[in-house]
Design a protein around this ligand. Structure first.
Ligand code: ATP
Ligand code: MG
Length: 174
């Protein structure tokens, strides 16, 4: 199973992200993900055998023990080598850093393969982008984070399908 921990936007943020991606596509080319696939990856696990699934649950539960928070997606970025256009936050909320830190530390301690790169929270808006995004202000509604999800990425006919395996709601909400 190809697994990753992620945050999923609510319908309002999802719709706004999809609209932003469609607008950016006119300038940058490339392909937006299906709206239902829009997400922010907290930790990528790669292939995990089914037998190891239960070891992930307490890590996620610990990471979800955070104060409620909202995130302002106020920045459009681009990684030319990966040809990726993304939305991110100029100021990464502390609880988001702590979530990713708890997951990364817990995964490492439990013997899972983890990312060595610095955590750069982003929502992919375009793949195979040809041109840099225009430098315009990005105004998306605040993303009130409601929980952590464990997603399984499966091959679909056109694009991957993310199948939700489990969710850990934050104990308190904004
Ligand atoms: P596709 O690979 O078909 O274009 P995708 O990247 O959305 O689609 P996956 O490759 O299954 O689907 O990745 C799921 C999530 O994990 C995505 O957010 C992706 O950016 C992230 N991811 C994938 N591989 C890695 C990796 N090696 N390190 C960190 N994050 C990764
Ligand atoms: Mg990929």
């Amino acid at each position: 199973m190809r697994l990753f921990f992620a945050l999923q936007p609510d319908d309002a943020v999802r719709g706004a992200l999809a609209g932003t991606a469609a607008a950016l596509q006119r300038d940058c080319g490339g392909r937006p993900p299906d709206a239902e696939n829009l997400h922010l990856t907290l930790a990528f696990l790669g292939d995990v055998p089914q037998s190891r699934l239960p070891a992930l649950f307490p890590l996620a539960a610990a990471a979800a023990e955070t104060e409620p928070f909202a995130m302002a997606l106020d920045r459009i970025g681009w990684w030319p080598r990966q040809r990726l256009v993304w939305a991110g936050a100029r100021t990464v909320p502390l609880p988001l850093r702590s979530m990713s830190g708890i997951l990364a530390g817990g995964l490492r301690a439990a013997g899972f393969r983890t990312e060595k790169r610095r955590f750069l929270p982003h929502v992919t808006l375009l793949r195979d982008a040809r041109r840099a995004p225009p430098r315009v202000a990005c105004s998306l509604p605040p993303w009130r984070v409601s929980g952590i999800v464990l997603l399984c990425s499966e091959r679909g006919p056109r694009c991957p399908r993310y199948h939700g395996l489990r969710e850990w709601p934050l104990p308190r909400r904004l």
